[in-house]
Design a protein around this ligand. Sequence first.
Ligand code: SF4
Ligand code: SF4
Length: 387
Amino acid sequence: MNEKELVAKYHIEDCTRCKNECAPACPVFRHYGTNHPQHLAKKFLAGGEREAGDHGLIRTCVTCAACTEACPFKVPFADFIRELRTGRTDYHPVFGGIIQQYQRTQALGAQKGAKGAKGALPASRARLSRLDASSRVAKEGEIALFTGCLALFDAVSGPSCEQGFGDMARSAVKLLNALGVSPVILDDERCCGRDLYDLGEREAFMALARHNAGEIAKSKARTILTICPECAFTLKDTYAKELGPQPFEVRHITEFVAENLEALGFRRGGEKPAFHDPCYLCRRLGESEAPRKILERLSVAKPVELERRGRSAPCCGAGSWVDHGPHTRAAVSERLMEAHRCGADTLVTACPKCTLLYHEVSPDCSWKQSPVTVRDLITLAASRLEE
Ligand code: SF4
Ligand code: SF4
């Protein structure tokens, strides 16, 4: 795509350099005070990639779309930046290196047609290691559970995350079993490809997308539930965009559980919770009510609402694990302090990436002065199920 086409596709000229509504919403600008989305637009319009190619946002943007949400003209900077990254290899991150390398290995295996589940990809199997004897799953059926990169997150998080990410898969299965569903677990599921897509590694993404679409077709599932909101948006929206219409419906698991909530009984706990909306759930999928409906059933106290919530919630800073510099620590610290200020003692979220980032980064943050615990909604709900 040439520069003129890029400007037209992402309507960059719509940026009127208004009152900069995007700036306070952008986690990068908010903490560095530089790398304004508007500056990127200005530079690109002035001299194309030659001018804008070294703009800081190309390395640091977490593709959270908070700028688009705040912008009166909805300029889609996250998508534009993803396109500017395509084919480049000179901005790769430090923190996410191991995660992305593993995802690239999965993509390479898919490109070569390798059967990874039993071979070179131990994390594909490890994602299910916490399923226990009581977990009922199926090989074929109407509803499948797409588990995502949980085992990989377990590998990088170490003991900092008290229950581990594999527990999210076990908890999701437990909730679905309580609703009478034995979900299909795909034999050779791989990363949905979101991170590599947002980093501009389109070829690797396409290999993963084709592979997963093929695995879903084999399972005959018509509804795919995901634990991660990014998987949900990617399977639903990006696969349809890049591969064409797909013969399955995709939902985030909170949507499915919320719809069937009356069939479940929960014991209420004593925490004062608040919900942190994950970017891909609230902005990309437009869902902020379902997780709140579940959360309301889990605690004696009514959940408190944070100052920034729903579509205006800030990014945790994970993105595609693109840059875990001072702005990430500041974003985590700021969010936990916000929860504390609003009267919550537990920040509940519904995204493995948010959970990982909060657990990884928070020990370095000043928020340690504020006793806010981070929990995953699905794990919390499963632990409170009445037997
Ligand atoms: S991107 Fe939108 S909010 Fe930001 S300066 Fe341009 S017009 Fe204003
Ligand atoms: S997508 Fe997020 S990180 Fe990127 S420019 Fe917009 S607000 Fe900033």
